[in-house]
Design a protein around this ligand. Structure first.
Ligand SMILES: [Zn+2]
Length: 456
């Protein structure tokens, strides 16, 4: 994107190391990167520039989503009153019927919606690969390319079916050799390690109760040989904690530590149930955490110790988690929920509004190892920027713009830039026809539920 864009007259919250903020400032974007961020009006007459009158708006770094399952956009609103294990048991047979067509439509819907909630970079954890379902990973990569978000999908997997003591039915698990070969092929085909990359692949066996010890060990070795990141679910519920103690004789963190699954190249989804010893291990190894407050509350799993993890130096980002356990999937709402739930859990000084915004931006960038490129508004970084409108009825009289963004209702999204290119303008997706995306997502949902025989 070579066009110069100038955002002029907005409040700017940079989320840089000094937490620099401007009540009224400007941002100059050139060649997909941030050229300048400063107080006051922008210089006039930059040749060929598109000047955006951003008066009444707040510019923040684009939000970074560190955990998702995009295919679940096609299975929202099922098992709405279940525990995690009950919810999984009801949904596995439905997920076992997905194919590339369903995943493309679901991912496109989920990505388009994420964009309208301020997200510029998202991960995805895809671990269901039904036999004969086509190339579902390529399908979601195609969807991300169309919507225009920076994408870190992970090639997930499950190899521990019910007949071997796991939770998923046998028909949704794969053979370990197939998994490892397909994962390596996905890295070779899609992973782009270059600076400014729009697409990086990770390796992500699903969870301790759906994969074998052998797969975890081999997957870690593969990821390290290829130089890509590792991701999994961990310590989400007390059911899982009990499962690990019964099967492996220790906490989920002890188990993963023993398999070489802690380190600065690993990030864990949830980490709700960490005792002090587990938290210290996660911190000492530089392991990152995707904190998913809405999903954890929706499933009644508990709330992670976000403040304690941050104090211990753990990189903590935010995640919406899959749409089947967070039908809203709004990343800006995760910022708000992270703050509210932390205070409900630990008291009024647990997190500040700026801490919450930092988790949604720089925290996520650190979790993905991209803190040098995204997560803050600084000259030289990639131009991934959210511009929020704060001068309407919902926010106009909230004096502190960060408080307006974090504590107020989700503001209208005036503009969302990824690598300097507009993805959302005036609250609407501009990279694809939002109405057509919605219609296709609805059709995919109906087709999938028909295939799976869900009638209610
Ligand atoms: Zn998840």
């Amino acid at each position: 994107m070579d066009t110069t864009i100038v955002l002029n007259g907005c409040a700017v919250v940079t989320v840089d190391g000094r937490r620099t903020e401007h009540d009224s400032g400007h941002i100059i974007i050139e060649g997909g990167r941030i050229g300048a961020v400063a107080a006051g009006p922008a210089p006039a007459g930059l040749p060929g520039a598109r000047y955006v009158d951003a008066t009444g708006c707040l510019a923040t770094p684009g939000l970074v989503n560190t955990h998702h399952h995009l295919y679940q956009w096609a299975t929202r609103g099922l098992a709405v009153d279940s525990t995690l294990f009950g919810w999984l048991t009801e949904l596995y047979p439905v997920w076992g019927r997905i194919d590339a067509e369903v995943v493309f439509a679901a991912a496109r819907g989920g990505l388009a919606w994420l964009a309208t909630t301020g997200c510029t970079t998202t991960t995805d954890h895809h671990y269901v690969f039904p036999r004969g379902g086509g190339d579902v990973l390529a399908a979601e990569i195609g969807a991300a390319r169309e919507v225009g978000l920076r994408f870190h999908p992970t090639r997930g997997s499950m190899d521990l079916g019910q007949s071997h003591g796991g939770l998923p039915p046998d028909n949704v698990v794969e053979d370990i050799d197939e998994i490892l070969a397909a994962t390596e092929a996905a890295i070779d085909t899609h992973h782009d390690p270059s600076p400014g990359s729009m697409l990086r692949i990770g390796v992500a066996p699903c969870s301790p109760f759906t994969v074998t010890e052998e797969l975890l060990t081999q997957a870690a070795a593969l990821a390290r040989r290829k130089g890509v990141r590792l991701h999994t679910h961990l310590a989400e519920t007390m059911d899982e904690d009990t499962y690990c103690r019964e099967h492996f004789g220790g906490s989920p963190v002890d188990y993963m530590d023993g398999l070489g699954w802690l380190g600065p190249d690993v990030w864990l989804a949830h980490a709700v149930h960490l005792d002090d010893a587990a938290l210290a291990k996660v911190a000492a190894t530089g392991t990152g955490v995707a904190h998913c407050p809405s999903s954890n509350a929706r499933l009644g799993s508990g709330i992670a110790r976000a403040r304690d993890m941050r104090d211990a130096g753990v990189p903590v980002g935010l995640g919406v988690d899959g749409a089947a356990s967070n039908e809203a999937c709004s990343l800006i709402e995760e910022v708000r929920h992270a703050l509210l739930f932390a205070r409900a859990r630990g008291g009024p000084t647990e997190l500040t509004v700026r801490d919450a915004l930092e988790m949604g931006t720089m925290g996520g960038a650190r979790v993905l190892g991209r803190e040098d490129e995204i997560g803050s508004l600084e000259a030289g970084k990639l131009a991934d920027i959210a511009l929020w409108r704060l001068d309407t009825l919902a926010h106009i009289d909230i004096r502190d713009p960060v408080a307006a963004l974090v504590l107020g209702a989700p503001p209208p999204l005036e503009l969302l830039l990824v690598q300097g290119g507009p993805v959302v303008e005036h609250g609407r997706l501009v990279t694809a026809d939002e109405d057509e995306v919605a219609t296709a997502a609805g059709a995919a949902n109906r087709r999938l539920l028909n295939l799976a025989g869900v009638t209610s």
